[in-house]
Design a protein around this ligand. Structure first.
Ligand code: PEP
Length: 252
């Protein structure tokens, strides 16, 4: 049985002081989430990680939004996995479409990051998803399959189910134009079949697949009641603490 997962993605929002205010109110959510068998957390900018982790401790998942795949070296402005581990971070988003678009993040690079995170016991949340052009050309499945196959290259049988996949059609991110639950379920089910082909059904049944793209408290339940959608990666609606709380309470 796969546990439901609600993950916020703050992107480049909230100063450390703003993050602290949010967390003081959000930390009580952990108990409610656990009581209802939901894993819940937020992925935040690097400078927010330490203050956020200090308040939330283990009550909610705290994740980074990116990392470098090398341990250390001359990479000005980058953050390594040992740095994340040292401050107790055990989740990290990889390959968000904004990084793919603005920072030349390829699936090959994502693969290196996924392998390095797994080797360090950190859960990668691997994002995939197509542009509007690809969607309209009816090429979503082949596009997403390529992202999954490349992202999972050399990921061992034992590690595969530790990767969380987030299907996020680019045309639905931050646009208010969400994919219908039928489209989201179709692609999440397809991704599960790709994992079956790469590994087997047992692994595919364990992998958690999230939908992301303009999810709001009013719509979260319709996605999470689909067979192959195990949770949501939520940007805008995770920034306001009341809306973040409602993502959970609207599921109950
Ligand atoms: C995201 O940042 O991954 C995302 C899905 O954003 P939004 O919910 O704002 O569309």
């Amino acid at each position: 049985m796969r546990r439901k997962l609600l993950l916020g993605n703050w992107k480049m929002n909230k100063t450390p002081s703003e993050a602290v205010e949010f967390c003081k109110e959000a930390k009580e959510l952990g108990k409610l989430a656990r009581a209802n068998k939901v894993d819940m957390g937020i992925c935040v900018p690097y400078v927010d990680l330490v203050p956020v982790k200090k308040i939330l401790k283990k009550s909610l998942i705290v994740g980074a939004e990116n990392c470098h795949y090398l341990e250390k070296g001359a990479y000005t402005g980058e953050i390594s996995i040992p740095m994340l581990k040292d401050i107790g971070i055990d989740w990290c988003i990889i390959g968000h479409s904004e990084r793919r678009t603005y920072d030349n993040e390829t699936s090959e690079k994502c693969n290196k990051k996924i392998l390095a995170l797994l080797a360090n016991g950190i859960t990668p949340v691997y994002c995939c998803g197509e542009s509007l052009e690809t969607f309209e050309a009816n090429k979503t499945k082949e596009f997403v399959e390529e992202q999954i196959v490349t992202g999972f290259k050399d990921v061992s049988y034992d590690d595969a189910a530790k990767v969380v996949i987030a299907y996020e059609p680019i045309w639905a991110i931050g646009t208010g134009k969400n994919a219908s639950k039928e489209i989201a379920e179709d692609i999440c089910g397809f991704i599960r079949n790709v994992i079956t082909k790469l590994y087997d059904r047992k692994v595919a049944n364990k992998v958690r697949i999230l939908y992301g793209g303009s999810v709001k408290p009013a719509t979260v339940k319709e996605y999470l009641t689909q067979k192959d959608i195990d949770g949501a990666l939520v940007g805008g609606a995770s920034l306001d603490v009341n809306s973040y709380k409602e993502l959970l309470t609207s599921l109950l």
